[in-house]
Structure formats: structure tokens, C-alpha cells
Design a protein around this ligand. Structure first.
Ligand SMILES: [Zn+2]
Length: 146
């Protein structure tokens, strides 16, 4: 197999004034944010979500266990959106990572724009397939025993 290529990075900008994005996992369809009555969004991660990077504060809003292991000992305090892509590469993510950057804006005291990045690790799919196949083959075996 070829050595892992770079993380895949997609950027999209929503039309001005759109509601903030409610991203879903492209692998399993899980809704990643739960918005309460107080309008505060809480992360409800599925196993495929590697990270959420919040551009406005230049911090991670979520990091998976695997991501934390990869990033252990790395400084993330100087990170911003322009450096994130290189950072993902440096901590060993290849082309099985999809980073989706969503930019959206609306009116506050003036027009404001935000960019958040959601990282999805397609490497995690392998574990799932193995888990799904095991019970299925058990069922086939027990059916054949009859
Ligand atoms: Zn998922």
C-alpha cells in the first residue's frame, strides 16, 4: 500500500445569515451537536468523530481518545485555522481523515463570521465492520446446525 497521503480537507461557506450548521457524521449519520433550550450546543460524538476545532477561540471543542494519543505532547495553544491542516498531518493523520471546515455568519453588533472544523476518521470503519461480521457469522453457523 502507498504511504498515507495527506488528510483530506474540505471547506464550505454557508450563505450569510444562515442558522449555525448542525453537522452529521458522513459515516453513520449521527447528529454531532445537541442544542438545548438555552441555545448552547453540546457535542454528542459518535465513534468516527476525531475532533472539533472551534476557529473563533482557536481551541478544540472535542478530541477523541485516538486524537488525544496522537497529539500528546504537542502544543496546541498556538494553533489556528491556518495551521490546523499541517498540524493534523504532523500528528500522523493521512488520507483516511476528512476535515470539514464550515464557515457561517450572521449579524451581531455587525457582521460576524465563524469557522469550525469537524474531523472524521474513516480509519475507524474497519473496527465496526469486524464487529458487525462476528454476530452475523454466528447466526449463519447456528442456522446450519439445525
Ligand atoms: Zn459516525
Amino acid at each position: 500500500m502507498k504511504p498515507a497521503a495527506k488528510p483530506q480537507y474540505a471547506s464550505v461557506e454557508l450563505p450569510f445569515g444562515c442558522a449555525p450548521p448542525r453537522p452529521h457524521c458522513p459515516i453513520c449519520g449521527h447528529a454531532l451537536l445537541i442544542v438545548g433550550e438555552d441555545s448552547i450546543a453540546n457535542v454528542d460524538a459518535c465513534r468516527h468523530l476525531a475532533f472539533i476545532f472551534i476557529g473563533e477561540i482557536a481551541e478544540f471543542g472535542f478530541r477523541s481518545t485516538d486524537f488525544q494519543k496522537r497529539a500528546a505532547g504537542r502544543r496546541t495553544s498556538q494553533l489556528d485555522l491556518s495551521k490546523l491542516r499541517k498540524f493534523l498531518e504532523r500528528i500522523g493523520y493521512g488520507n483516511k481523515l476528512l476535515a470539514l471546515e464550515i464557515t457561517y455568519g450572521g449579524m451581531a453588533c455587525g457582521p460576524v463570521w465563524y469557522s469550525d472544523v469537524y474531523g472524521f476518521d474513516y480509519e475507524t470503519i474497519g473496527d465496526e465492520v469486524a464487529e458487525l461480521e462476528t454476530p452475523a457469522s454466528v447466526v449463519v453457523a447456528s442456522a446450519a446446525d439445525r
